[in-house]
Design a binder for this molecule. Sequence first.
Ligand code: GDP
Ligand code: IMO
Ligand code: MG
Length: 430
Amino acid sequence: MEAHFNFFNMKVDILLGLQWGDEGKGKIVDALTPEYDLIARFQGGPNAGHTIEFNNKRYILHLIPSGIFHDEKLNLIGNGVVLDPAVFRDEINNLGIPVEEIKKRLLISNRAHLILPGHRFLDAVYESSKGDAKIGSTLRGIGPAYTDKAGRIGLRAGDIMRSDFETMYKKIMDIHLKIAEIYHHNYSISSFEKGWFEGIELLRNFKLINSEYFVNKLLKENKTILAEGAQGTMLDIDFGSYPFVTSSNTISAGAFTGLGIPPSKAGEIFGIFKAYCTRVGSGPFPTELHDDTGDFLRKRGAEYGSTTGRPRRCGWLDLPALKYAIMINGVTRLFIMKSDVLSGLQTIKVCTSYKVNGVETEEVPLWYQGEIVPVYSEFAGWENNLSEIHDYNNLPENLKHYIEFIENQTGVPVTLISLGPNRNQTIFRR
Ligand code: GDP
Ligand code: IMO
Ligand code: MG
């Protein structure tokens, strides 16, 4: 693939979602992998579902970085990720790549925290205790695993090599059992434990490394790194719509703590967003559509969760939220996804500001401060089938107008336009 960007700068480029996740990160990381030496996940865990399509096959990755399908490339599960050995085992076994080959391509940080069987169970316990205020968690144990990390009782990938690993495991499992008792749940872990310990055995055969040394060494050697975000900015623990968020920093800052690289090594920040918005799970979504257009977007965009299969909530593009995400992340280039899904709509709306308790603002408010009513601008749609277009100049004029409006509003160039799920349905633009 021709080099489209200035990749050779000893910096770490970061690709992340600017909305509520599922923007199409997996597809683009896979498409950009030929340009990099290492693809590194820096946060989140198996709550992520990153879809990649090529050669008429579709793969969904949860823990493994999206560069795995390219030989001669390295992938890293970084220290900021929470790793469930059971999910890891299933994913390795279903990739369609021989395990010996995966071992050559995949590295794992010793410092990545493990999701334990008790974490998955506690996720369900906490969620059911929330009554009407459920987060809509993927129930993969993410929140409880990060809780134990911050509480300094977690287990890390490197611990599996210790002779007292099982004792450490039992100690923390006892704590999980006690918490479950408080919530009056009968704790049956045996169903979770079998696959988990099989995953631990498999993990022992992989390269567990002090990855902070490794990534900094690569940078010194002039190698290129792409950090792959999971979730999206509006799900960030600090800046998302708290408490309806995930438990990690999904923003660009998370890449530095999640990989052990200094902020001075930041290169391009690729911000990826859909031409509309979706959200899975609960929480505020000002531009959500509860009508036929919402159903149209869901059907046309196949908007069903990659991890849980849940229908995604759909709505118009939310510019105040997009600008907020661009600001927090320092986005240098925008990648717009799924404009093909909008084909056939007569009118397309974009939220340009909110009315909060009757007062117009472009700032994302602390959610629930009051009623948020979106203020919309309208655009004429396009009829064309976009799936075979490979040149920006051949896009319908109305779509170009839509993209250029977003550029003008955000002040950031849109340099990639994705028009279908396949690797090849991607237009690069300088
Ligand atoms: P991720 O979590 O950000 O990697 O995104 P997901 O894989 O969860 O969801 C994105 C979905 O949209 C997947 O089913 C992709 O195959 C699909 N997709 C990605 N880009 C495009 C696009 O430009 N057009 C269409 N129609 N589908 C796309
Ligand atoms: P990718 O990487 C979309 C959502 C869940 C829930 C909230 C908290 O595929 O974009 P958690 O399991 O973390 O406790 O869930 O965050 N969520 C995602 N939504 N895409 C994701 O990942 C998500 N990961 C978590 O639906 O609302
Ligand atoms: Mg996803």
